[in-house]
Ligand binder design. Structure first.
Ligand code: KIV
Length: 271
């Protein structure tokens, strides 16, 4: 028998029901134990251990340098913190594009070593065989189309994708392929809201947007952007809920002042 106040874990089935019932899905990224604990406690539906860790945690310019071992380290920390939300982990660049066996092996490492609940990978038609193989092994897969940061050197820019009809048609075609290959959900990044609406109405699986407008089935933001830790990144789609960059900086200045002035520690703050 379940304990009285046992927390019900969000699963891929929960997300599917949310789409069917018109309940929007909330998703954020997380990379460490302490932050993941707060976000899970707040009731977030999904945490993504994104390869954006390469940018916001490691300070790289792109998502390309982060390794599978590093992603597993971040994922282990997040998993240890979460009681309720679904935790999805990005397959980093270079760990799945080679062939479906490589994709499966990388996914298995993430599931076994980190205890993740699902993996995410970028791309359309070219990754369909890999998706089938990973899903065939029992691992849920989330797709990612539109602006796919692992292909930034192919795009040459972080501008909005699929603005013209030709690219929009290709995106819709790829979205159908990902659903047919077995993806349980799909992320659409930085595309026109009109196209986000078409894709989420067309697909049966939940579509989560980041800069894909209001009509998709859920929203995801990079936690550091949403909390205002990354002060210089201000795309139109971003809503900042805090200005933590300034708050942390001000608190640090105050701490420095208190140490220098011998105000800290005081009588009560020592043994
Ligand atoms: O790595 C990441 O943070 C992502 C989100 C932008 C969806 O893939």
């Amino acid at each position: 028998m379940a304990a009285k106040n046992e927390i019900k874990r969000i699963t891929t089935n929960t997300l599917q029901s949310m789409k069917e019932n018109g309940e929007k899905i909330s998703m954020l990224t997380a990379y460490d134990f302490s932050m993941a604990k707060i976000l899970d406690d707040a009731g977030i539906d999904v945490l993504l251990v994104g390869d954006s860790a390469s940018n916001v945690m490691a300070g790289h310019e792109t998502t390309l340098p982060i390794t599978l071992d590093q992603m597993i380290y971040h994922a282990q920390s997040v998993i240890r913190a979460c009681n309720r939300c679904l935790v999805i982990v990005d397959l980093p660049f270079g760990t799945y594009q080679g062939n479906s066996k490589e994709a499966l092996n990388s996914s298995i490492r993430i599931m076994k070593e980190a205890g993740a609940h699902a993996v995410k990978l970028e791309g359309g038609e070219e990754v369909q065989e890999s998706i089938k193989r990973i899903v065939g092994a029992g691992v849920p897969v989330m797709g990612h189309l539109g602006l796919t940061p692992q292909s930034i050197y192919k795009f040459g820019t972080y501008a909005v994708r699929a603005k013209d009809d030709e690219e929009a048609d290709i995106l819709l075609h790829n979205a159908r392929i990902l659903q047919d290959a077995g993806c349980f959900s799909l992320v659409l990044e930085k595309i026109p809201a009109k196209l986000g609406k078409i894709v989420s109405e067309e697909l049966k699986i939940p579509v989560i947007g980041i800069g894909a407008g209001m009509h998709v089935d859920g929203q995801v933001l990079v936690m550091h952007d949403m909390l205002g830790i990354t002060a210089e990144f201000s795309p139109r789609f971003l809503r900042r809920y805090l200005d933590l960059y300034s708050e942390i900086k001000d608190a640090t200045k105050q701490y420095i002042k208190d140490v220098k002035s011998k105000d800290f520690p005081n009588e009560k703050e020592q043994y």
